[in-house]
Design a protein around this ligand. Structure first.
Ligand code: CA
Length: 225
């Protein structure tokens, strides 16, 4: 298991690298955003530990460029206590978890192990919910035994919902993950795409799987009612 640590504070970076090596991981350490982004894009890591405030490029910019490049390894953000809003931004951009500095190494190690386990399941070839099944290799969606034709974007949108089922996804998050659009972009395109997707995977079937959460976004889940 190979982990990239991007951290400009020498003491923290060294401490993490040493601790993770002792725990049996192969680690690389980048001390600024530019080196970190370069390594993350060119090497294959199973997990990234990413400081938010970095010289060169900040953690969000790096995360965004990774997701855009199709790199979906789990990312654990490190953030200072006075950057609490950053956590929300990081999670919206597709970070998988965050830790507030200072943290105990044992806590970090526990999060790392959880993310690596989850990361492996995220690479499964099939995603499903109720009678909806998506084959990621053949890029095929089937509900109630019926093949459903989806556009490329609809397929990406559906897999995003399925991977993060039970989680409310904001329109801005969807926009950034599916279209790589900025936060201040018009999110009407998201509403239109979700409506079309619903028309294909939900309207002809029961129960409905995509739900609108007023003022927040959408969630895909199986509900009892
Ligand atoms: Ca920093």
């Amino acid at each position: 298991m190979k982990i990239l640590i991007v951290e400009d504070e020498v003491k923290t970076g060294t401490y993490l690298k040493q601790g993770l090596s002792e725990a049996g991981f192969v680690t690389d350490l980048a001390a600024n955003g530019i080196d970190g982004q370069h390594l993350a894009l060119t090497e294959n890591y199973d997990l990234l530990i990413l400081d938010v405030m970095l010289p060169g490029l900040d953690g969000w910019t790096i995360l965004r460029s990774l997701r855009t490049a199709g790199k979906h390894m789990p990312v654990l953000f490190l953030t200072a206590r006075d950057q609490v809003d950053d956590r929300v931004k990081g999670l919206e951009l597709g970070a998988d978890d965050y830790l507030i500095k200072p943290f105990a190494f044992s806590e970090l190690l526990a999060r790392v192990r959880t993310l690596l386990r989850r990361g492996k399941t995220a690479e499964a070839e099939m995603l499903s919910l109720a009678d909806l099944e998506v084959d990621l290799i053949r890029r095929r969606a089937v509900r109630h035994g019926q093949r459903i034709d989806l556009t490329a974007k609809e397929f990406v949108l559906l897999t995003l919902f399925l991977r993060r089922q039970g989680e409310v996804l904001s329109r801005t998050l969807i926009a950034s993950q599916v279209w790589d659009m900025n936060f201040d972009s018009d999110t009407n395109v998201v509403e239109v795409a979700v409506r079309r997707l619903r028309g294909k995977i939900d309207e002809p079937f029961e129960p409905k799987l995509i739900h609108t959460v007023r003022g927040m976004g959408y969630v895909m889940e199986l509900r009892d009612d």
